[in-house]
Ligand binder design. Structure first.
Ligand code: ACM
Length: 688
């Protein structure tokens, strides 16, 4: 009897197994940004047969080319006669400049793919998601079965690109727009003017673009229109920034009548803030701006216009008797009734600029310095100096954007941007004030980024900001999961044409010359440029003409090798290395750590002769020596741990000295492994 029962059960079980949909491991989503909601099925749609597009009427001419671009990347250029259907339905043409809906649903079943959205913008966002869905298994590509309902958390998800400090050619801007579209960023903030250059052709004031910079590089108006069309076809708005009243040396060089004093100005070729400002007291300044805005607001159709307003300490105004007299006559003085107050004069300037822009239907944006009680509320404030600027502005009734925490040029980690939230759970804003938080912008200032290295300074870290601004707060708290997905998005960005991965490698090859590049790469991948604004203050004088082709420029903004090393160190510190806690897994970790340390130690021996031969590399010699010294120290420490030995006071003192020395930068770069090394070497230092 029992035997029959077992047979029956096995027989039933076999049938249930055969009848059930194939149960496959659910894919860990590689999507970035994570959608608001997703439900994974158990089935899949094979991509061995190309998808056939079904898009009936498409009132938005951007949609069909966007689908074709995607399908070409997915399956090649030919339109199949038959195959599973990719069905796209949407209600109306989306208008990005009106913050139109970007919501969409995307379903994959074994029968095909369907995208539904109220607007064509939603379709574009769905296509970005679809591009990230394919999974390859046993050389077969397929789409996992899934039902996605998605919409953004914030309407304004920007990337600032500074094309003034270093000019960024059209092709560079376009490929970064492709990167933005891939991670659903939707506003390109184009920083077009600064002390070092005025980068857009002005037909009204042609000296601005021809005389203001030493390199004479600028966008023609036709090129601007080309970029705007390219962005619009990807559902991305372009907000231009004309930074004033300070950051305007290029304007003043071209049109000295704008200046506040009697100095003579030449094109500015340094990076430090000048505090040079145009004269807000003369009517001729406003007639100039009136004509310039007529031209530029027509060229840039977006309803928002960024007028800058940052970093003006007022020295040009305070030191000019005529302007001081103007401030006194107009009671622009501090509470003592005597001392002139440059902030009041700048607010006056802002009000005049605002009126000129409003006359043309534009909403003005300014950096947080322009905030003050007299600033009209409709001005949008972009907060860069701290989170307080955002809170203060929203409390005064201004719409706000967050950029503090999202400055890519400061070389902070993706995690630090990711954990920066425009509306954190402890935000002091009321529900009404919260509605004023439009979103935020990653910012890529270009003192230390030219058109060659720009991509590698933006990507993939900007994707962390993109997810913070798009995805629900609750489902995006795992830094580990962000780092799991960043390399995946990084590879996708590369297929889209971004040069963030290839350029550092090319720079290294150039630096290695006829030598083997591998040892140089081993060093470069554990270096990072010094953080925050320190690169300005390392005793190396940069100008606009300094080539950005040294080892520091090939070093990643955030070292992935160092990050992984830190994780390995922490797992070993957590008990893996002691004799008592020795499991197979922990032994593997110790072995991996030892192998890494031996590689670093040996690397210096190969690299030092290269440094001797190559004067452009020599400044990095100390970093290689220090890496080897740290490696030697940690190898000793591993021996101690495994032998259950407590380090002596003398050993600890020597270790501290080695680590302190290893923290010193060279060539404006620093070793990214020292913090983790300290956690392993010095028993009392705990994990971050
Ligand atoms: C800024 O970084 N000066 C806006």
């Amino acid at each position: 009897m029992i035997g029959i029962r077992i047979c029956l059960a096995a027989w039933l079980g076999l049938w249930l197994f055969l009848l059930a949909p194939a149960t496959r491991a659910q894919p860990a989503p590689n999507l970035l940004p994570l959608p608001a909601e997703m439900h994974w099925g158990k089935d899949r749609l094979s991509l061995s047969k190309p998808l056939k597009l079904q898009l009936d009427a498409s009132p938005d001419p951007a949609v069909r080319p966007a689908v074709r671009r995607l399908l070409t990347r997915l399956q090649g250029p030919a339109e199949p006669a038959a195959g599973p259907v990719l069905q796209i339905r949407y209600g109306r043409v989306g208008q990005p400049e009106k913050f139109d809906e970007e919501r969409y649903s995307l379903r994959v079943t074994p029968m095909g793919v369907s995208i539904d959205a109220p607007t064509s913008l939603g379709v574009l966002r769905a296509l970005a998601t679809l591009e990230q869905l394919p999974v390859t298994e046993k050389k077969q590509r397929y789409l996992p079965e899934v039902d996605i309902q998605d919409q953004p958390r914030f309407a304004w998800r920007g990337l600032l690109i500074d094309a003034a400090r270093h000019f960024m050619p059209v092709a560079v801007i376009k490929r970064n727009i492709d990167g933005m579209a891939a991670v659903k960023l939707n506003v390109l903030h184009w920083h077009l003017t600064d002390d070092q250059g005025f980068r857009v052709e002005s037909q009204v004031f042609p000296r601005l673009h021809t005389v203001g910079s030493t390199d004479g590089l600028f966008y023609t108006q036709a090129q601007v229109r080309e970029v705007l069309a390219y962005a619009a076809a990807r559902g991305i708005r372009v907000v231009p920034e004309f930074d004033m009243p300070s950051h305007t040396t290029s304007w003043i060089v071209a049109y000295p009548r704008l200046k506040s004093n009697d100095s003579t100005y030449a094109p500015y070729t340094s990076w430090r803030t000048t505090n040079v400002a145009i004269d807000p007291t003369r009517e001729t300044t406003y007639t100039f701006l009136d004509s310039l805005f007529t031209e530029m607001t027509a060229l840039f159709p977006d309803p928002y216009f960024h007028a800058g307003g940052d970093e003006n300490d007022g020295r040009n105004w305070r030191r000019t008797p005529r302007i001081v007299a103007y401030m006194q006559a107009n009671k622009m003085v501090k509470a003592d009734g005597k001392t002139v107050d440059k902030h009041q004069l700048q607010t006056y300037f802002n009000r005049r600029v605002l009126a000129l822009l409003q006359k043309r239907g534009k909403t003005m944006i300014g950096w947080d310095e322009i905030l003050g009680p007299d600033l009209p509320r409709e001005t949008v404030i972009q907060s860069w100096r701290g989170k307080k600027g955002l809170v203060d502005a929203a409390k005064l009734g201004h719409p706000v954007l967050l950029s503090n925490g999202y400055y890519l040029d400061l070389n902070n980690t993706a995690a630090s941007s990711y954990l920066t939230d425009p509306l954190p759970p402890d935000s002091p804003l009321t529900p009404v004030e919260r509605k004023l938080v439009l979103g935020g912008e990653a910012a890529m200032w270009a003192e230390f980024a030219d058109s060659v290295v720009l991509d590698s300074r933006i990507w993939p870290r900007a994707a962390a900001v993109a997810e913070r601004l798009w995805s629900p707060q609750a489902s995006t708290q795992s830094v580990a999961d962000l780092y799991r997905r960043l390399p995946v998005i990084s590879a996708e960005l590369e297929t889209l044409g971004l040069r963030h991965r290839i350029v550092p490698e090319l720079l290294l090859k150039q630096l290695a010359g006829s030598s083997n590049v591998a040892p140089l790469r081993t060093l470069a991948e554990v270096l990072e440029p010094v953080k925050e604004y320190k690169r300005h203050f390392q005793g190396f004088t940069y100008t606009t003409a300094t080539p950005l082709n040294r080892l520091v420029d090939a070093a990643p903004a955030e070292s992935e090798v160092a990050r992984r090393f830190g994780i390995l160190v922490d797992s070993v510190v957590a008990g893996g290395a002691t004799a008592a806690g020795r499991t197979a897994a922990s032994q593997r970790q110790v072995a991996a750590l030892r192998a890494q340390l031996l590689r670093w130690q040996a690397n210096d021996v190969v690299l030092q002769p290269q440094f001797l031969l190559n004067p452009t590399l020599r400044e990095y010699g100390p970093l290689s020596t220090n890496l080897a010294a740290v490696a030697r120290l940690l190898l000793e420490r591993l021996m101690q741990l495994q032998g259950g030995q407590v380090p002596s006071a003398a050993w600890l003192a020597a270790a501290k000295a080695t680590l302190d020395a290893a923290q010193a930068p060279a060539g404006q770069a620093e070793l990214a492994v020292v913090k983790a090394a300290r956690r392993l070497a010095i028993p009392s230092v705990s994990a971050p």
